[in-house]
Design a protein around this ligand. Structure first.
Ligand code: ZN
Length: 266
């Protein structure tokens, strides 16, 4: 499933095609939107942005098209007038004079006004967004110390969007690797220095993935001869750790795969 960095990169691509442009034609496999087509057709897109794993297209008068891709949804941006060869089912299309932004396959699509945007169950339950530049290490540190989070195992905490938004399964393994911590650790039992280090990597690993096309590796790790994937531990079970050569282990926690280095992570 795409995680925060992938959804934000997708939002960047859709934004460069739509933001500031007039929507000439819109179609959705979603009756509520088709009933309200006048709110969008002929209107200029104000903004396209991501929140956690949701994507929002903002129109004048605080009207939003909300979509969440879940497992299968996928956006494509192609030139206007061209068609896409795919077996996927089209759910939403927005056409400008230059581009078409097309959303295919099972996704949640909703139409939101200002109030619905403010009170949306998914959006209001999102924790700190790791990709928002105003979110600081200090804020993540404070969050790790909050009693509602500090008593939980890191492996469960790092999949909870209420804690930090935008982190999913690969980022969970990668952040814990760079922080040198096993998934069964509990913030309450860690010293401040360790928590500060974890807070730092929670942001830097996610932001590195956003900027480096999904790779969480640092520039120096990317040069390692062992670095054959975009990850340090995720999906590398049985392969050598990039730092210490110990074999990477895979376990299941919260019924999701978790990878770690038994030597580097304590
Ligand atoms: Zn290692």
């Amino acid at each position: 499933m795409p995680e925060g960095p992938e959804v934000r990169r997708e939002a960047d691509i859709i934004s460069s095609a739509l933001t500031g442009k007039v929507i000439k034609k819109i179609w959705a496999e979603y009756p509520e939107l088709n009933k309200n087509i006048a709110l969008f057709q002929g209107k200029r897109v104000k903004n396209v942005f991501s929140m956690g794993k949701a994507l929002l297209i903002e129109f004048p008068g605080s009207k939003y098209i909300y979509s969440h891709n879940q497992l299968y949804g996928k956006w494509f941006v192609i030139p206007a007038g061209e068609s896409l060869q795919t077996n996927r089912q089209l759910r939403l299309s927005l056409v400008t004079s230059d581009h078409q932004a097309l959303l295919y396959s099972a996704s949640i699509i909703e139409l939101l006004d200002r109030e619905q945007f403010k009170n949306h169950t998914y959006l209001t339950n999102l924790g700190l967004n790791v990709l928002d530049s105003e979110v600081s290490e200090k804020a993540v540190f404070k969050r790790l110390k909050e009693s509602r989070f500090s008593r939980r195992q890191l492996s469960s905490l790092y999949l909870d969007q209420k804690f930090l938004a935008g982190i999913g399964n690969y980022l969970r393994s990668e952040i814990l690797f760079f922080a040198g911590l096993r998934g069964d650790k509990i913030p309450k039992n860690l010293d401040d220095k360790t928590i500060r280090n974890l807070a730092k990597h929670s942001l830097t690993v996610a932001r590195r993935s956003y900027k480096s096309n999904g790779s969480t590796l640092t520039a120096s790790l990317r040069k390692s001869r062992k670095a054959k994937s975009r990850f340090s531990v995720f999906a590398r079970a049985g392969k050598e750790c990039l730092l210490c050569s110990t074999k990477i282990k895979k376990i299941y926690v919260n019924s999701r795969r978790l990878y770690f280095c038994p030597t580097c992570q304590k």
